[in-house]
Design a protein around this ligand. Structure first.
Ligand code: ZN
Length: 204
């Protein structure tokens, strides 16, 4: 089930006290409407009832897309190791392993959203990280002066793309279907996505 609780907070702008709904976990089968609120990240936004200003609050959450056996923990960097143990300590969520759960630990809301979109598109996030490296090479080959901080998976009108992000702004996009094919053809020795014990998948 989904779990949430109220937390008191004081508006940093007008100092009015208000209540903020914090989601500890979300189960998309029991609360399907919450998936969209994760994807648009509105669960991390607080609007002050007094002055109307909106603030972003980051907090840990367990996202459970039960219909697809996908479980993603969003935690701060300092909690990654502890969270890994929660997934893999023998007494913890052992049952989820035998059911071939696809488990991931991420450290930002953007990563959480990206993982959901990658898995919803039927893609492998391990291959996607390789595609990002290929795409980086290809972007810099065509335009050596291009500056960007990050490439992030997205689906635009049914097309799989990587959006190019520089200083928080989207500055372009690249089609990735060919690169994804190419990368997959070189990853035939990868373990099944759901059998892989590596559950922190990022560029490193
Ligand atoms: Zn306020």
């Amino acid at each position: 089930m989904s779990k949430h609780h109220m937390e008191k907070l004081t508006c940093p702008s007008c100092h009015h006290d208000g209540d903020f709904e914090v989601w500890d976990s979300i189960n998309t089968v029991l609360d399907p409407e919450m998936k969209e609120k994760v994807l648009n990240q509105s669960i991390f936004l607080y609007t002050c009832p007094n002055c109307g200003e909106t603030f972003r609050l980051n907090y840990p959450i367990l996202y459970h897309q039960m219909e697809d056996l996908v479980m993603i923990y969003l935690v701060p960097e300092s909690e990654v190791e502890k969270t890994y143990e929660i997934f893999y300590e023998k007494n913890a969520l052992a049952d989820y392993r035998t059911e071939k759960y696809l488990n991931r630990i991420v450290t930002s809301a953007n990563q959480l959203v990206e993982k959901i979109q990658i898995f919803d598109a039927g893609k492998d996030d391990r291959i996607m990280e390789l595609v990002k490296l290929l795409a980086t090479d290809s972007i810099l080959k065509n335009n050596p002066d291009k500056e960007f901080d990050e490439l992030r998976f997205a689906v635009d009108d049914g097309t799989n793309i990587l959006i190019i992000i520089n200083k928080g702004e989207i500055t372009g996009a690249v089609d990735i279907d060919n690169m994804y094919e190419f990368a997959s053809s070189h990853c035939t020795d990868f373990k099944d996505l759901r059998d892989d014990e590596d559950i922190v998948i990022n560029r490193e």
